[in-house]
Design a protein around this ligand. Sequence first.
Ligand code: NAI
Ligand code: 15L
Length: 268
Amino acid sequence: PAPRTVLLTGAAGGLGTLMRGLLPAYGYELRLFDSRPVEGEPGALTADLADKGALREAVDGVDAILHLAGISLEASFDKILKANIEGTYNLYEAARAAGIPRTVFASSNHAVGFTPRPQGDDPLIPVDTPRRPDTYYGLSKCFGEDLAQLYWDLHGMETVSVRIGSCFAEPTSVRMLSVWMSPADGARLFHAALTAEDVGHTVVYGSSANTRLWWDLSGARALGYDPRDDSEPYAAKLIAEQGELDPANPDHAHLGGHFTTHPPQWPH
Ligand code: NAI
Ligand code: 15L
């Protein structure tokens, strides 16, 4: 049966806030979890992924988990270790103990960020391209994907790992014309990932059907994802303001963009 009650970790964040708005229309009842209070949601659980007792309470009785919580930019290895590596392990252990059958994990394009971006007629980047993390942050997403594989092989817990591009209201850079995922397409993809049958552990890229796409969306489509958006209407204005991507500029050479040269730092 399709999941009804879904634990949404990272509910106070940017993507969590977008999904709190969009996912209820698909029939989900969301249980919210974040280390920060979720504005306007007094029923949300305010706790850290380090708090195993709080995680036991959070997963109790849910049908599935959408795991968005964690450090979403670059930070010291110690901080990444605690929030993203140990935190994701703690969540999976709580889910295993409670028998939660399905998790959707917010992986990132930065797990493969040092992959050269396609140029001209180059083929799209497949999902099984070797991992080339561009940061400790990207490395933690490689860990999350491998943890998900282990929990499938060892415990039969299913995960869809979504290597998200950039999910924001609008694309704001020329790179984002290639990697943008509209919030509405994000909700479509998470819904597909929560409901598709027999996923085992499946890794997919997460973006809209952009004209300038860099990666292969066939894995996501096989889950039933049918993207409706394309960043192209934003292209002329962004290119006029910022210029075309320059193959000689190291900021523009890889999937991860400026994360490979001067990664934005987690401010907290
Ligand atoms: P965000 O930084 O806005 O939200 C992350 C949320 O996680 C925050 O509300 C924060 O309080 C919470 N959090 C952080 N550490 C925690 C901990 N130890 N315990 C409990 N809660 C904790 O990030 P955003 O953009 O909403 O991203 C959500 C997820 O999706 C992240 O895992 C990020 O890595 C991933 N992602 C997002 C992309 C995007 O385009 N927004 C692209 C690729 C991946
Ligand atoms: C990510 O993984 C970040 O969480 C998000 O804030 C964006 O920077 C995105 O990647 C991106 O690559 O644009």
